[in-house]
Design a protein around this ligand. Structure first.
Ligand code: 5GP
Length: 204
């Protein structure tokens, strides 16, 4: 009887959260990725409903009114939010749901899900982070400096997280997160319920 849980992955823009999430999803059918909603303009190569649900400001506000988000926040001048239904449904059925969200969102989630697992992905250095954001070629000079400032601010919250993983090598970072997941699957959350479960009948 393995527990389902939320795994929040935060880290500065450009640190490689997207790649780490993609790799994690491919390793295990029980690891799911929560697709966020955003008001940010779609980037080349992105697909609506796959990378994000791209919404207008008005549609986003409607969703807030309907209480459809687990958390939502303003990040780099746009709105982002985690749809509630998908996450709750899957955790209940024993899945691990990854939320790739910013620090403000993570802190909101932590208040409601203290048993969630909070992982912060770090760059090998700030210099390397700037190089990664610049190489992506999707952001203006002004956007790059905004993202670097936000990165420093976000990293100030690292102590709110349970684990820090340095993304110097993608495979190694993914291995580290998988080790965290393996350990967290075995965490004792409700020991009494576990014993009761074992007493009920013989399980394979
Ligand atoms: P990007 O626009 O580069 O895809 O993402 C910008 C930032 O928004 C990243 O730090 C990402 O983690 C964060 N983000 C993406 N989805 C969500 C969400 O649903 N909620 C919150 N709070 N942040 C999000």
């Amino acid at each position: 009887m393995e527990r389902g849980f939320l795994l929040v992955l935060s880290g500065p823009s450009g640190v490689g959260k997207g790649r780490v999430c993609d790799a994690l999803r491919q390793t295990d059918a029980d690891i799911l990725y929560s697709i966020s909603a955003t008001t940010r303009p779609i980037r080349g190569g992105e697909v609506d409903g796959q990378n994000y649900f791209f919404l207008s400001e008005e549609q986003f506000l409607e969703r807030i009114e309907e209480d459809a988000f687990l958390e939502h926040a303003h990040v780099h001048g746009n709105r982002y939010g985690t749809p509630k239904d998908f996450v709750l449904r899957n955790i209940d059925s024993g899945k691990i749901v990854i939320l790739e969200i910013d620090v403000q969102g993570a802190l909101q989630v932590k208040r409601n899900f203290p048993n969630g697992v909070f992982v912060f992905l770090l760059p090998p250095s700030m210099k390397e982070l700037k190089r990664r954001i610049t190489d992506r070629g999707t952001e203006s000079e002004q956007q790059i400096s905004l993202r670097m400032n936000n990165a420093r601010e976000e990293m100030g919250f690292i102590e709110e997280y349970d684990y820090a993983v340095i993304n110097d090598d993608l495979d190694r970072a993914v291995e580290s997160v998988l080790s965290i997941i393996a350990a967290e699957r075995l965490r004792v959350i409700d020991g009494r319920a576990l014993i009761d479960y074992l007493e009920e009948e013989v399980h394979d």
